[in-house]
Each structure stands twice: as structure tokens, then as C-alpha cells.
Design a protein around this ligand. Structure first.
Ligand code: SF4
Ligand code: MG
Length: 325
């Protein structure tokens, strides 16, 4: 099969949000081609908001998103299409994201046309379905979304995203609505596409076990702020932030791809996530933190290096060496 040329190298997709929508604040992340970054947090943490800001589906109220070092702000349709051809989103619910009155052929044709492919589309349509292992393509092209399983629909959504020839995929809980038995297959497909097409992937999830499995780097988000980051192995094996520890301890089985429920759902007795409109002062986690100190309710923690592995950091006063010594 023919590989899509990827037009430009995505070296950096840089987001720096300050007081953005729903109090998503001070979010820094860099996506690199051929790498998966997981953004982990419970529902209401603002992780989907980050994806929508990066996709420029929401206007931001501050900060910057850069592609290859160049600032990007879209105004209007044409610029949006140009940006969207580089950065594509995959949504949680593959049924809601496909129009039920249109065939798979229609959805994929539209994606190819919007992003400038105007030739004979039949080979491109086959190529897209082959890429997501919906084969033979002719078996799927003229089906309607309801004739496919959830996993097949998500594969169509991925194929549609690839129709734009993107450099980056923003995947918002792409497997959490699928049967447990097929989640791994879809994640493995994304990993395979990442390698073959040299894509950058932002993988948004509340399932930290799947982040460990799938992502090179893991960032943990709580109440609109990033609280810990590092390579996935380090963050999941030796978590530093009390929230990350709670997330891992609450996961039903850290070695399984779970993700049916948010592990910290209120009915599990771990308290409620705070409102993003009016977040707690100081460390936003302090009302739930088992190791909170007096300063935690007043001082916003800065990012501190943990020092056990390069690039591992946590925004937590427990790691303030000056205060300790
Ligand atoms: Fe807990 Fe304080 Fe660290 Fe926040 S800064 S996580 S409240 S110890
Ligand atoms: Mg969400």
C-alpha cells in the first residue's frame, strides 16, 4: 500500500494556556512526531478542553499554540481547514461522530475533498480503509454507521482523520466507549499508524493503566492544571504527586486496560472533583490531599524536578527541597 506523504514535519505543537476556558490554566505540552503523549485525569479535569483548544474548536482566552515554532490562531473557515488538515481530532463516541444518514463512502469522500484531494478518490478510499484494517474496503464503503460495530465505527473515524493527512492526532478517550475486548486492538492500530505515518498523538484518557501501555510520556491533569509529568514508565511506576498516587491506587487493576468508570468517581468514596469555574485556592488538590500542609491551601505549587528520572516533575510542595532543609 502507498503511504500518504506527510507534508511537513511537526516538530512542536506547543500550547501555553493562561486562564483559558473553564479555568484550564498553565498547560504546557509538546507533541513530537512518532511519540504518544497521554493526558490523564478524571472527568471534569479539563483534559477534553485541552484537546478542543488544541484542535481550535474552542477559542482560547490566552496563551499560544505553535506549530513548528510558529504561532497559530485560526480565524474563519479556510484557515481552520488548513490547520485541521495538520491536527485532527478523534472523539470518544464513534457513533455520535458519524452522521447516521450517510455511508462510510460519503464520510471519507468528504474528508478527502475538504482537504484538497479532488482526483479519482476510489484508490484513496480503499487506501484509507486498508490502513485501519477494514478489509476488503468494498465490504464497508457503502455501509451506514449503524451497520458497523463500535470498534469498526471508531476505525472509520480514524480513517476519516487520516483523510486530512494530519501530522498530529488528538484522540479524546478513543477507546473508553468500546468493549474491553477490542480496546487493545484500536490502541494497537493507533500505535501502528503513529509509526508508519510518523504521527504525533495526544492520547486523552482517565485510564492511567492504558497510558502506561500506550504512551511514551504521561501528563497528569487535575482541576484544569497539570500536576505531574514524565516518561510513562516513571510516572506510573514511581508516581510523585499525591493525586497521581491516588489515581493509581484507585484503578481497579493497574495492569489491565480498564476504563469503564473514572476511578475517582464520587460514588467510590474519594470525594468529588472541584468545580473548574471556582477552583480551590493554592494547590487545587489540597481539599482531597492526604499529605496537605498549611501552605498548600494558599500557595500555588510550582513544578519541581523529582530527580529520579530525567524530565520527571510534579507540582507539589512535598518536593520543595528548600522548604524541607
Ligand atoms: Fe498535597 Fe500540598 Fe502537594 Fe497539593 S502541594 S498535592 S496539597 S502536598
Ligand atoms: Mg472528556
Amino acid at each position: 500500500t502507498k503511504h500518504f506523504p506527510v507534508r511537513r514535519a511537526l516538530r512542536q505543537l506547543f500550547s501555553k494556556q493562561r486562564s483559558a476556558v473553564h479555568a484550564v490554566d498553565d498547560v504546557h505540552l509538546t507533541l513530537r512526531r512518532g511519540h504518544v503523549v497521554a493526558l490523564v485525569g478524571e472527568s471534569g479535569s479539563g483534559k477534553s478542553t485541552v484537546a478542543r483548544l488544541l484542535a481550535q474548536l474552542y477559542p482560547r482566552t490566552g496563551g499560544d499554540i505553535r506549530l513548528h515554532g510558529a504561532s497559530t490562531t485560526v480565524h474563519g473557515g479556510r484557515q481552520f481547514r488548513r490547520y485541521a488538515s495538520r491536527v485532527q481530532m478523534i472523539f470518544q463516541d464513534p457513533f455520535a461522530s458519524l452522521n447516521p444518514v450517510h455511508t462510510i463512502r460519503y464520510h471519507l469522500t468528504r474528508a478527502l475533498r475538504v482537504h484538497g484531494n479532488n482526483g479519482d478518490l476510489e484508490p484513496a478510499l480503499h487506501d484509507l480503509l486498508n490502513r485501519v484494517s477494514l478489509t476488503p474496503p468494498e465490504r464497508y464503503l457503502d455501509k451506514f454507521p449503524h451497520e458497523l460495530s463500535g470498534g469498526q465505527r471508531q476505525r472509520v473515524a480514524i480513517a476519516r482523520a487520516l483523510g486530512a493527512r494530519p501530522e498530529a492526532l488528538l484522540a479524546d478517550e478513543p477507546v473508553s466507549m468500546l468493549d474491553v475486548s477490542i480496546r487493545l486492538g484500536v490502541l494497537n492500530l493507533l500505535r501502528d499508524l503513529k509509526e508508519r505515518l510518523n504521527l504525533a498523538i495526544l492520547y486523552i484518557t482517565h485510564d492511567i493503566a492504558s497510558a502506561r501501555y500506550f504512551a511514551d510520556q504521561t501528563l497528569v491533569m487535575y482541576a484544569g492544571r497539570m500536576v505531574e509529568g514524565g516518561d510513562s514508565e516513571t510516572v506510573t511506576q514511581t508516581p510523585a504527586h499525591p493525586y497521581t498516587r491516588l489515581l493509581i491506587d484507585s484503578a481497579p487493576d493497574p495492569d489491565r486496560l480498564t476504563g469503564d468508570v473514572d476511578p475517582l468517581d464520587e460514588d467510590r468514596g474519594n470525594g468529588e472533583p472541584p468545580s473548574l469555574i471556582n477552583p480551590p485556592s493554592g494547590c487545587r488538590f489540597h481539599p482531597r490531599c492526604p499529605t496537605a500542609m498549611p501552605r498548600c491551601s494558599t500557595d500555588l505549587p510550582v513544578r519541581l524536578e523529582i530527580g529520579d528520572a530525567p524530565g520527571h516533575w510534579a507540582a507539589c510542595w512535598l518536593y520543595d527541597r528548600e522548604a524541607v532543609s
